[in-house]
Write a protein that binds this ligand. Structure first.
Ligand code: PEP
Ligand code: MN
Length: 270
């Protein structure tokens, strides 16, 4: 075991997340769907994506944005919120497809948990310890998205925070990190850098499943397939991909959304 990690272990700061004897329980490797729940069309999307072969549908009802959205537009203000959850419930009941959706606040765990088969913790809440602690005490799977700033030990630390509560159903979701300025003047929607090396680095230290997000890593749909292939080649266990029937019309994150055919292409090469 790595010296630095060993020193954290001996200080009792990291233990469970790097114990390779632990079996993590995780069932969702092919996750795709729109960034947000946009309306009742989510049910058709779920049925269509089921045919493409997903294990779970992603879609945010509560959508924190990097820049706060203050005005509601057609009921959408950082998500359809309660209405979005109701639509996800309907989707789940009609299609039987498991739902991955974000929970932003410990006070919402019960409500979101009525619908979510997997709680997504967003990047902005990566170190929201009251949320992590509470989810550690749940029995529902948790997909923890990496903070754009997080070092490898901070990733393990955030996982540990959930694991100590007893919840072993977790996966770490790698998405882009700070460091994309070298692309932005040419590809303006690219906000983050993929950091694919974190995949083998985590694999060397821990058994925690790694789900890679090629959409937020790239911010640009033409790069989603190559970065997906690269992530899988680097050892990622699964992918979470933003996919939309009419990508340019996505309410949130349109530039990185891909269509069904493109998702099928990604799954084909898997
Ligand atoms: C998302 O998955 O839609 C999302 C908001 O991602 P992140 O938390 O990684 O920014
Ligand atoms: Mn998004």
């Amino acid at each position: 075991m790595n010296d630095y990690i060993n020193s954290l272990k001996s200080q009792n700061k990291l233990n469970i997340s790097i114990d390779k004897s632990i079996d993590f329980e995780w069932d969702y490797y092919k996750i795709a769907g729109p960034c947000s729940v946009e309306g009742p069309g989510i049910i058709d999307i779920a049925n269509d994506l089921k045919k493409v072969g997903i294990d779970a549908l992603r879609a945010g009802a509560y959508k924190p944005c990097t820049f706060p959205i203050l005005e509601e537009k057609n009921g959408w203000k950082e998500g359809l919120r309660r209405e979005g959850l109701d639509l996800l419930m309907q989707t789940k009941l009609e299609t039987g497809i498991p739902i991955v959706t974000e929970v932003m606040d410990p006070r919402m765990i019960e409500t979101v948990g009525e619908v979510a088969d997997v709680f997504q913790i967003g990047t902005r809440n990566f170190q929201n310890y009251s949320l992590l602690d509470e989810l550690g005490r749940c029995n529902t799977p948790v997909l923890l998205k990496r903070g754009t700033w997080a070092t490898i030990d901070e990733i393990l630390g955030a996982c540990e925070r959930i694991l100590v509560g007893g919840n072993r159903k977790i996966a770490i979701c790698l998405r882009g990190v700070v460091g994309a300025p070298s692309y932005r003047h040419v590809f303006p929607t690219i906000r983050w850098a993929p950091d694919l090396m974190m995949i083998p680095a985590l694999k060397e230290l821990t058994n925690i499943p790694v789900i890679y997000d090629p959409s937020h890593s790239t911010g640009y749909r033409n790069f989603v397939k190559p970065i997906s292939s690269a992530a899988l080649a680097a050892g990622a266990d699964g992918l979470i991909v933003e996919c939309h029937p009419d990508p340019d019309k996505s309410i949130s994150d349109p530039a990185q959304a891909i269509n069904y055919d493109a998702l099928e292409e990604i799954f084909k090469g898997w």
